[in-house]
Design a protein around this ligand. Structure first.
Ligand code: 13P
Length: 255
C-alpha cells in the first residue's frame, strides 16, 4: 500500500512565467518539512523552464498539463515529450476533463500520449471522471472502466502511472463529491486496475482525487481509504491554501 502521498497543483492557464517563478520561489522558501508528500507544480508550458531552475535545489517536482504523442513534426501549437523533458518535467497530466470536453480529446489520443510519456521516461497523471449526466444515469462505473481500459491499452507496467479521479461536475464549481461518492469511485478504480493488472499493482498505484479540494475538506477527503493524494486547481494558485492542504496531508500520513 502507498506510504506516501502526492499533491499536484494544476495551474491550468493561470500565471505568467515570472508570476510562476515567484510563486514557486516563495513556496520553496517556506522550507516545509513534508518528507512523505510529493509536491508537483504543473504550470503552463511558458513557465516550465523558469520554474525548473528554482526546483533544481528543492525537493519538488515539475509537471506539464498536456503533450503530443509524436517526438516532432508539423503540429502547430503542440509540444512533445522530449521538449518537456528538456524543461525538467517529471510528470504530464493527460486526459484532463478540460482537454476531453473543451478540446474534444479522445481516449485513443490520450492512450497514445500515455505511451509516449512513458516511453520518454516521464510519468503520466491520467485523469478520468464522469459528467453530471453520466452520474445521474448511473454510468459512473462504466465510464471509469472505459476511460481506464482505453487510456491504459498496451501499457504493461503501471509503476510510473498516476491516476486522478476528477468528477467533471466537481471541477472548478465549488461542489465537492461526497465522501461516499469519492470512496466508492476510488474503490472502483482500484478494483478495475486490479482486474487489469494485479491486486498488488493496483494497491501500489497512486489514485488522486481532484475537484474543488480546499483546506476545509482536505482532511476528510484524505481520510478516504483509496485516496492517495490530490490534483488541485483553484486552491493551488495561492500559497496559503496550497500549503495548508499539503500540511494536512502530511499530518494525516504521520498519523
Ligand atoms: P479545482 O480544484 O479548481 O476544482 O480543479 C480541479 C482540477 O481540475 C485539477 O486538475
Amino acid at each position: 500500500m502507498n506510504k506516501h502521498a502526492i499533491v499536484a497543483g494544476n495551474w491550468k492557464m493561470y500565471k505568467t512565467s515570472v508570476e510562476g517563478r515567484n510563486f514557486v520561489e516563495d513556496f520553496v522558501n517556506l522550507m516545509l518539512n513534508i518528507d512523505d508528500v510529493e509536491v508537483i507544480f504543473c504550470p503552463p508550458f511558458s513557465a516550465l523552464f523558469n520554474i525548473d531552475v528554482i526546483l533544481k535545489d528543492a525537493p519538488y517536482k515539475l509537471g506539464a498539463q498536456n503533450c503530443h504523442w509524436e517526438n516532432e513534426g508539423a503540429f502547430t501549437g503542440e509540444i512533445s515529450v522530449n521538449m518537456l523533458e528538456s524543461c525538467g518535467v517529471d510528470y504530464v497530466i493527460l486526459g484532463h476533463s478540460e482537454r476531453r470536453h473543451v478540446f474534444n480529446e479522445t481516449d485513443e489520443w490520450i492512450n497514445k500520449k500515455v505511451k509516449s510519456v512513458l516511453n520518454g521516461g516521464l510519468k503520466p497523471i491520467l485523469c478520468i471522471g464522469e459528467t453530471l449526466d453520466q452520474r445521474k444515469s448511473n454510468e459512473t462505473k462504466d465510464v471509469l472502466f472505459h476511460q481506464l481500459k482505453e487510456g491504459l491499452s498496451g501499457v504493461e507496467k503501471l509503476d510510473e502511472v498516476v491516476i486522478a479521479y476528477e468528477p467533471v461536475w466537481a471541477i472548478g464549481t465549488g461542489e465537492t463529491a461526497t465522501i461516499e461518492q469519492v470512496g466508492e469511485a476510488h474503490k472502483w478504480v482500484r478494483n478495475i486496475l486490479s482486474d487489469f493488472y494485479s491486486r498488488d499493482i493496483a494497491d501500489d498505484t497512486s489514485i488522486l482525487y481532484g475537484g474543488s479540494v480546499k483546506p476545509e475538506n482536505a482532511e476528510e477527503l484524505f481520510g478516504i481509504k483509496d485516496v492517495n493524494g490530490f490534483l488541485i486547481g483553484g486552491a493551488s494558485l495561492k500559497i496559503d491554501p496550497f500549503k495548508e492542504i499539503i500540511l494536512t496531508v502530511n499530518k494525516k500520513l504521520k498519523g
